[in-house]
Ligand binder design. Structure first.
Ligand code: SAH
Length: 215
């Protein structure tokens, strides 16, 4: 049987996202609209809406839908923001962020994945306000800073100072922090010259590669 993608999407939003307390209606609407099946490899398409990460090649994955939703929600986007994503991967999370903000810059270190993300975004019709840059984002992307929000899709041992510098005040940053076995998704808020952060959940992301002592 050929899956009916709109039905799969609705089930994902109701059973995976709403049930786990994703409340931001804009996030839910974006994920109801964006064709996730177009961001996964053809052989994974039947599992595109499964409650788990999906392999996209080069040892990388597109995050579980709930994780993408939680990260997007924690940025509290209202539509006018400039967002930096680190780790474009398939381009799916960039598409979700693009639906929620004015513009998104997504940096990807693996050239083949940067191409894949661009192609997926174009094919899905979501590339209009999303720019994919190929490069090392471990020190952010100063060219377009400051950012109202930053989403890091790979795990770092600590919150990189360069990212905090490139975050606007007020601004929000979401990042998995920890080692390969134990990470926490941290939500950092910069406001009135002060920086605070909380743990949203435990998580497991691929490691952020780069120049700052990371693998
Ligand atoms: N957001 C993606 C999932 C990304 S998985 C999606 O929705 O599909 C993490 C990605 O981060 C991988 O594609 C990996 O190649 C990339 N990555 C790891 N280290 C990086 C770095 N230093 N700079 C940019 N991208 C990096």
């Amino acid at each position: 049987m050929i899956p009916h993608w709109a039905v799969e999407r609705r089930k994902m939003v109701d059973c995976q996202l709403r049930r786990r307390a994703i409340r931001d209606e804009r996030v839910l609407a974006a994920m109801l609209e964006i064709p996730r099946e177009q961001f996964v490899p053809p052989e994974e398409r039947v599992s595109a809406y499964a409650d788990r990460p999906i392999p996209i090649g080069r040892g990388q994955t597109v995050s579980q839908p709930y994780m993408t939703a939680l990260m997007a929600e924690s940025l509290e986007l209202t539509g006018g923001e400039t967002v930096l994503e680190i780790g474009a991967g398939s381009g799916y999370a960039a598409a979700v962020l693009g639906a929620l903000a004015a513009q998104v810059v997504s940096i990807e270190i693996v050239p083949a994945l940067a191409d894949l993300a661009r192609e997926n975004l174009r094919r899905a019709g979501r590339g209009g306000n999303v720019t994919v840059v190929c490069g090392d984002g471990s020190m952010g992307y100063p060219e377009m800073a400051p950012y109202d929000a930053i989403s890091v899709a790979a795990g770092a041992p600590e919150i990189p100072a360069a990212l905090l510098e490139q975050l606007r005040d007020p601004g929000r940053l979401v990042i998995p922090v920890g080692d390969w076995g134990h990470q926490n998704l941290r939500v950092v808020v910069k406001h009135g010259g002060r920086v605070s952060d909380r743990v949203a959940t435990g998580c497991l992301f691929v490691p952020l590669r780069g120049s700052d002592g990371w693998q």
